[in-house]
Design a protein around this ligand. Structure first.
Ligand code: FES
Ligand SMILES: [Fe+2]
Length: 475
């Protein structure tokens, strides 16, 4: 549990708030590229409690400016995209993407009044189908060198959705490995095509769907390590014989996670506040080996949302589609086969902002506990003007590159080496994930294929390592 004060600190994200400061010190997704069509490449957006207008410039770049005109507050979302900026309809003031007021056509021709006006404007950059914004002030850092950005466009697919609850609830669901044994359990086989369908894919080297395997083994050992990009979360399930299921997911600090779909596909998913009661999730799904079938993936996802705001079809208004007959026979939830709906229900049903003074965390909540600890530490650091404890990705070591997301069956003994070998094998098959020069740890990439081929010492969770976290029930 958290104190009421800490719960406020981790959930409030508007300008000047503690968690808002930490989130603003990282690039944040603000829209899908597809939301700016050629016939009107501008739209209002709300991000971290700020009302803004996102638009695509004539030169192909983007602008993200305050929504209320600096003159008399009119809505710039209706502005004209012309003359190198966005022009207000009311009196024609023109702003560029850096917040400079270029024109005030109703003022005297000799007036320099426009030089006194500084309109809100933030740097913006697109990557793999998502437009990201930097709300942190000053010059933005480069994007972290992670797979979600390194994947070529043909190997990636981006989508988003709107969830009606605080951002941290969404994030905590994503890094919680124990809920998958329950929430996403199917009582009967689902014969649908499983391409891109998380938890329906077969576990590597078996004919068992992941949902069945984790459903049959509901008490994983969960271990958490601090990494340079956040947290690495191990869920270890011992199977019959000498076999162990090893599933590795990651927190990509502060508000994204990386989870595997088998060992060639993974998703990186951000949970970014619209305001404190609503947030968007944005994901980049990427395939290490094959090109993604974006048409299929998009059709699957479009089934679950309504346009134009990517609001889920199901939600509180219809009890998330709850069907007691289905719950009795087909799914654990009674809310259909789409695990996105299950996750949405779990985090929305809590309410707009969870009261974390009333919860009871166990050892199976270790990842959640560790995530909060990291966030509270970063808030303290940010407020004190210190560099956050999670080092920027420029110093990421080779082994945390990715970050690697793993889902394998290994021998019970030697599993620590086995999963690393599997990562090497997967990356060696990839046309892009092992490119020499991608290493970002300050060392030269190895000539035979960069990170994946680089020698890495086996580093099993080490109870003597003070970065190793094992006290999940204490926070
Ligand atoms: S309110 Fe925008 S130009 Fe006057
Ligand atoms: Fe889930």
């Amino acid at each position: 549990m958290l104190s009421a004060r800490d719960n406020e600190r981790v959930t409030r994200t508007g300008p000047g708030t503690p968690a808002g400061g930490v989130l603003r010190s990282h690039w944040q997704p603000v829209a899908l590229v597809e939301e700016l069509p050629d016939d009107r490449p501008a739209k209002p957006v709300r991000l971290l409690g700020e009302d803004l207008v996102l638009y695509r410039r004539a030169d192909g770049g983007y602008g993200l400016v305050g929504r209320a005109c600096s003159h008399r507050g009119v809505d710039l979302a209706f502005g004209r995209l012309e003359d190198g900026g966005i022009r207000c309809l009311y009196h024609g003031w023109l702003y560029d993407h850096e917040g400079t007021c270029l024109d005030q056509p109703a003022e005297p021709p000799t007036s320099r009044f426009r030089d006194k006006v500084r309109h809100t404007a933030y740097p913006v950059q697109a990557a793999n189908g998502i437009v990201f914004a930097w709300l942190g002030g000053g010059d933005p850092p480069p994007f972290p060198d992670v797979d979600a950005f390194a994947a070529p466009e043909q190997h990636a697919f981006a989508f988003k959705g709107l969830w009606s609850c605080n951002w941290l609830q969404g994030l905590e669901g994503g890094i919680d490995p124990s809920h998958v044994s329950f929430l996403h359990r199917f009582l009967e086989d689902d014969e649908r095509d499983t391409y891109g369908q998380q938890f329906r894919e077969h576990v590597d080297g078996t004919d068992i769907p992941l949902s069945k395997l984790v459903g049959d083994h509901a008490r994983p050992d969960i271990d958490v390590e601090v990494t340079d990009t956040g947290l690495r979360v191990y869920a270890l399930r011992d199977l019959d014989g000498d076999r162990r299921h090893v599933r590795i997911t990651n927190l990509l600090f502060p508000n994204a996670f990386v989870i595997p779909f088998g060992n060639h596909m993974a998703i990186t998913q951000w949970h970014v506040p619209i305001d404190d009661h609503n947030h968007h999730w944005y994901m980049v799904l990427y395939d290490l080996v094959d090109e993604t079938d974006r048409e299929v993936l998009r059709a699957q996802r479009m089934d679950g949302v309504t346009m134009p705001d990517y609001r889920p079809v199901h939600g509180r208004h219809d009890d998330w589609g709850f069907d007691p007959a289905e719950q009795a026979t087909a799914t654990y939830t009674g809310m259909g086969m789409d695990i996105n709906v299950h996750d949405q229900w779990a985090v929305e049903s809590i309410g707009p902002i969870q009261d974390r003074t009333r919860e009871h965390l166990g050892v199976s909540d270790r990842a959640v506990t560790a995530c909060r600890r990291q966030l509270l530490q970063a808030i303290d650091d940010h407020e004190a003007g210190r560099t956050t404890s999670v080092r920027p990705a420029a110093t990421t070591t080779r082994d945390e590159f990715g970050p690697v997301a793993v889902d394998v069956i290994t021998p019970r003994h030697g599993w620590e080496q086995h999963w690393r070998d599997r990562v090497r094998t997967s990356r060696a098959e990839s046309p892009w994930a092992t490119v020499p020069g991608r290493a970002t740890d300050g060392q030269d990439a190895t000539p035979d294929g960069g990170r994946a081929a680089a020698p890495t010492a086996p580093t099993a969770p080490d109870p003597t390592d003070d970065r190793h976290l094992d006290d999940g029930a204490t926070t």
